[in-house]
Design a protein around this ligand. Structure first.
Ligand code: ADP
Ligand code: ZN
Length: 435
């Protein structure tokens, strides 16, 4: 049994959780209907009234919201309270287009930070810990979210923000950081930089890392765990719903517990909108049960994943979501085949390469091309051309087995792929230039 930040709620029975959710949704839908004209209109169009929502089972009657709605309603159209009650604005990273902004009352910030505190405690954090927050601070939710969670737990918080890797390493070593919070791609970079400075994994005091904000594979997890000498925990979230901490991993490392007392999750068929039974893969949809300032109902995340409700070794009862394998819009369609960057990452790491890679998609003579550039480790480096070509051929064959199509592989010199300090940009899709 692990430690919990809020044990009563984190280990509550299914019936207790349902009861909390049912009470909250009735109040929340009234709040939204009365205060958010944009959503009231959508409900009216669907002929749904607040009194039709008597429990979370009725959520299916409600209309969806999507990023397009957020853009249309930008900036104030989905606000659920007077601006004077709001204390914070955050914004998405804009990974997939125009940024959207989200608002928070003090109550919303407190809940968000409590969710992050649950994640830190699940990773073994306590007031004994030095928590280095190397997510970006500012409009991006990563830094502020984990910073707030770290304060709530009572860790000694190192608000590093991202970047300036030499200073990160100096503080990490000098101040004995025990928990590192950043994107997985930045964690890999920090691990690599520590090794370059001659540190071995056992030289640092880190015991855990809380890594999220972008998709990463199991293989990437093992590689980071090895390079930093830690246990690496996944954390998931999105600005629209609050930020990191919507769900978080426990020591079982078999999915992330969703903070169900605040966020109600559904999985839908992305094409039809139909709600899918537990265990099936589809698009994750969240309803915020108690947010005041930015109370999104049935928000379509575009993240593809699976929900599982099963007894967890950690004692937590909240439903778990698998690692999202990427957003539906991260999926590349290359010569008619669906390809996820995470599949490519899996092959590269399994074949002994680094997580430093770049995927380039283009179109030549009306045919899609897929080029993958990956760095060799210094010991894989060779100046014998035939050896390199043989390696590239072997890698292309392994890719073909995984993806169903064969890419052109390019082994490149160590250090030639740009490192990421935040969310890594893995794919360059030049086809858009030709459209
Ligand atoms: P943007 O949508 O502009 O990237 P956010 O910073 O709010 O803005 O990012 C939220 C998105 O990041 C999620 O919808 C999801 O696609 C991705 N994400 C966050 N955490 C994880 C994680 N642990 N694993 C995979 N993807 C994640
Ligand atoms: Zn668990």
């Amino acid at each position: 049994m692990g430690n919990y930040y809020q044990p009563e709620i984190e280990t509550a029975s299914y019936d207790e959780i349902r009861k909390i959710q049912n009470e909250k949704i009735v109040k929340q839908i009234r709040h939204v209907y009365d205060n958010v004209a944009y959503y009231r209109k959508l409900m009216d169009e669907k002929n749904v009234k607040p009194e039709d929502i008597r429990s979370v089972d009725d959520i299916q009657k409600l209309p969806f919201l999507s990023k397009a709605d957020l853009r249309e309603a930008y900036p104030y159209g989905l606000l659920g309270t007077d601006l004077k009650n709001c204390v914070r604005i955050q914004s998405t990273s804009g990974t997939t287009g125009k940024r959207v902004v989200a608002f928070y009352t003090q109550g919303d910030v407190d809940i968000w930070e409590e969710c992050c505190a649950r994640a830190i405690v699940a990773a073994g954090g306590s007031e004994e810990d030095v928590c280095q927050v190397s997510y970006g601070y500012g409009l991006f939710t990563g830094g502020p979210g984990l910073n707030g969670g770290s304060h709530k737990v009572g860790c000694l918080t190192l608000p590093m923000s991202s970047g300036n890797t030499d200073r990160q390493i100096q503080f990490l070593m000098d101040l004995g950081a025990t928990i590192l919070c950043c994107t997985p791609s930045y964690a890999a970079f920090i691990g690599e930089s520590l090794a370059e400075k001659g540190y071995k994994p056992e030289d640092n005091k880190l015991k855990a890392g809380i890594f999220g904000a972008e998709p990463w594979t199991e293989e990437m997890r093992r590689s980071i765990e090895k390079s930093l000498g830690i246990k690496a925990y996944d954390i998931y979230g999105l600005t629209e719903i609050s930020g990191p901490g919507v769900s978080f991993e426990c020591e079982a490392q078999t999915g992330m517990h969703i903070n169900e007392d605040h966020f109600y999750a559904e999985i839908i068929n992305p094409e039809t909108g139909e709600v899918l039974p537990e265990g099936e893969e589809g698009e994750l949809v969240f309803t915020s049960l108690d947010k005041e300032a930015f109370p999104l109902m049935r928000y379509r995340t575009r993240d593809l994943c699976v929900l599982k409700r099963e007894k967890c070794a950690c004692g937590r009862t909240h439903v778990k979501m698998c690692k999202p394998k990427g957003r539906s819009d991260d999926m590349l369609i290359i010569r008619g085949v669906n390809v996820f960057p995470s599949q490519i990452e899996t092959v590269l790491l399994n074949e002994g390469y680094t997580p430093n890679y770049q995927i380039v998609v283009d179109r030549e003579n009306n045919t899609d091309t897929l080029d993958i550039y990956v760095e060799m480790q210094p010991d894989q480096f060779s100046d014998v051309i035939s050896e390199l070509q043989e390696r590239e051929r072997a890698l292309a064959a392994a890719m073909r087995t995984m993806l169903g199509i064969g890419p052109k592989m390019h082994l490149v010199a160590p250090k030639s792929v740009t490192r990421s300090e935040g969310k890594a940009v893995r794919v360059i899709d030049n086809r858009k230039l030709h459209d």
